[in-house]
Design a protein around this ligand. Structure first.
Ligand code: 7TS
Length: 404
C-alpha cells in the first residue's frame, strides 16, 4: 500500500510554506528533497563519529571508515557492480564525468571519434569537448526527433571503428526521455567503443543494473536520489578504471611517494585523492536504503501516474505546448505558453508557493533544436500529490491571464 501521508511526513521540508502558501516542490529534477532518515544520518555523523577516514588508528576514525566503506558496499549492491572497488566516490555526476573524460586524453589520438547525444546536459558535453580540444578527436552527435527521442538509425551511421567512446544520458533532464541505453551500449561494443552512461536523472526513478547493461561507466549524484549534495559515484568496470590515469594527485591516492617517483594506489583510492565527503557518502548509503525500502517499482508507478495526470491537466490550457512527448519518459513536463517567457511564469507561480525550474536547464542544444530560449520544467517525485498538480495548473492559468 502506498501511504502518501506517511511518506510526506518523512520529508520535513514538505511542511513549510513559501510566500505564505504551502510549498509545492516540482523541481525534483534539479535536486530531490531529503527524508528525515538521511538528515538523521548526517546529524549522527557530526554528533558522534566525525573523523578522517582510512588513516587513523583511533576508534572514531575506524568507525567513520567502516561506515563509509559500508556505504560503498550498499552502492555496489544497488548498482550491481561486480566489485566494490568499481564504485568510486566523487563529488557528483559532473566530477565523475570529468574523471573519465580527462582520463581518456591519454587513450585517444587525432582523428579518433567520440559520440554524444543531442539530449545531453552540459555536464556530459563540455568535458568531452575539452577532451577533443586536447587530443584532436572529433565529436559526433546522435540527433533527436521532435518528440525528443534519439534517432537510432543515425546512431548506426555514426558508429565505426574510429569510435572510441560514446556518452549519453539514461534520462534527459530537460525532457524526461528515457533513452534506449542497452541498445546504445551493445552497438558501441560491436565497434569496440566504451560507453559512459550519465544516470543523474535516471537514478531517482530506476534501479540500474550495470552488469546487465554492460555499461563501462555509469555516473550519478546523491542529491537527485534523496541524498545530500556534494557526493556522487563513478561506477567503472575494473579494467577501464585500471586503464585510466588518476584525475587528481594528493593524499590517499598513492602507494609510495618519493621526489623521484610516485606510484599510485589501487582502486578505488587511485581516484579518491584528499579527504572525501565522508558524511555525504554515508548519507548517500542511507538514501539508497530509503529508496529501496519504498521500492523503485513503486516510485516509478506513482510518478508515472503523476505524469499522466499532470500532462492531461496542463494540455487543457490553450496555447500550451509540451516539449518531449516520448511514450517512454520520466515525470518531467517541459512546456511553454504561447510566446510568454518561461521566466515570467516561474516568477509568478513562485509567489504562489510553487517551485519549478525555468530556462535552458543546462541543455542549450535541446533549446536550440526547438528554437526556444527555454521552458518551464515541472518535475515530479513520488512524494508529490495530484492536489499539488491541481494547484500548479491553476497557478499557471492565473499567470497566463496576468501575462497575456
Ligand atoms: N547530467 C544530468 C542528466 C543532469 O540532469 C545533471 C544535473 C547533471 C548531469 C549534473 O549533475 P551534478 O549533480 O553534477 O550537478 N541536472 C540539473 C537539472 O536538470 N537542474 O539542475 C541540475
Amino acid at each position: 500500500m502506498f501511504d502518501i501521508d506517511k511518506i510526506r511526513a518523512e520529508f520535513p521540508i514538505l511542511k513549510r510554506t513559501v510566500n505564505g502558501k504551502p510549498l509545492v516542490y516540482f523541481d525534483n529534477a534539479a535536486t530531490s528533497q531529503t527524508p528525515q532518515v538521511v538528515i538523521d544520518a548526517i546529524v549522527d555523523y557530526y554528533s558522534n563519529y566525525n573523523a578522517n577516514i582510512h588513516r587513523g588508528v583511533h576508534t572514531l576514525s575506524q568507525e567513520a571508515t567502516d561506515k563509509y566503506e559500508e556505504a560503498r558496499l550498499k552502492l555496489q549492491q544497488h548498482f550491481n557492480a561486480k566489485k566494490s572497488h568499481e564504485i568510486i566516490f566523487t563529488s557528483g555526476t559532473t566530477h565523475s564525468i570529468n574523471i573519465v573524460a580527462t582520463g581518456f586524453s591519454s587513450l585517444l589520438k587525432k582523428g579518433d571519434e567520440v559520440i554524444v547525444s543531442a539530449l545531453e546536459h552540459h555536464s556530459n558535453i563540455v568535458p568531452w569537448q575539452m577532451l577533443c580540444e586536447r587530443t584532436g578527436a572529433i565529436l559526433k552527435v546522435i540527433p533527436m526527433s521532435e518528440e525528443g527521442e534519439l534517432l537510432m538509425n543515425e546512431y548506426d551511421v555514426l558508429l565505426s571503428e574510429k569510435t572510441k567512446v560514446v556518452f549519453v544520458n539514461h534520462v534527459s533532464n530537460a525532457l524526461g526521455t528515457i533513452n534506449p541505453i542497452k541498445e546504445i551500449i551493445d552497438k558501441a561494443h560491436k565497434v569496440g567503443a566504451a560507453v559512459l552512461i550519465d544516470g543523474a536523472q535516471a537514478c531517482p526513478h530506476i534501479k540500474p543494473d550495470v552488469q546487465e547493461l554492460d555499461a563501462d561507466f555509469y555516473v550519478a549524484s546523491a542529491h537527485k536520489i534523496y541524498g545530500p549534495t556534494g557526493v556522487g559515484i563513478l561506477y567503472g568496470k575494473e579494467e577501464w578504471l585500471n586503464k585510466l590515469p588518476p584525475y587528481q594527485g594528493g593524499g590517499e591516492m598513492i602507494k609510495e611517494v618519493t621526489f623521484e617517483k610516485t606510484t599510485y594506489a589501487g582502486l578505488p583510492h587511485k581516484f579518491e585523492a584528499g579527504t572525501p565527503n565522508i558524511c555525504g557518502g554515508i548519507a548517500f548509503g542511507t538514501a539508497i536504503d530509503y529508496a529501496n525500502a519504498i521500492g523503485f517499482d513503486v516510485i516509478a508507478k506513482r510518478e508515472d501516474e503523476l505524469l499522466q495526470y499532470g500532462t492531461e491537466k496542463l494540455l487543457e490550457i490553450e496555447g500550451l505546448r509540451i516539449y518531449g512527448t516520448s511514450a517512454n519518459k520520466t515525470a518531467v513536463i517541459s512546456f511553454n505558453l504561447d510566446s510568454i517567457h518561461p521566466y515570467d511564469i516561474g516568477t509568478i507561480i513562485d509567489k504562489l508557493g510553487i517551485a519549478v525550474r525555468t530556462g535552458h536547464h543546462c541543455a542549450q542544444p535541446i533549446m536550440d533544436f526547438y528554437k526556444i530560449p527555454g521552458t518551464i520544467r515541472a518535475s515530479f517525485s513520488f512524494y508529490n500529490t495530484f492536489e499539488e498538480i491541481d494547484l500548479f495548473v491553476e497557478a499557471v492559468k492565473r499567470a497566463k491571464v496576468m501575462l497575456e
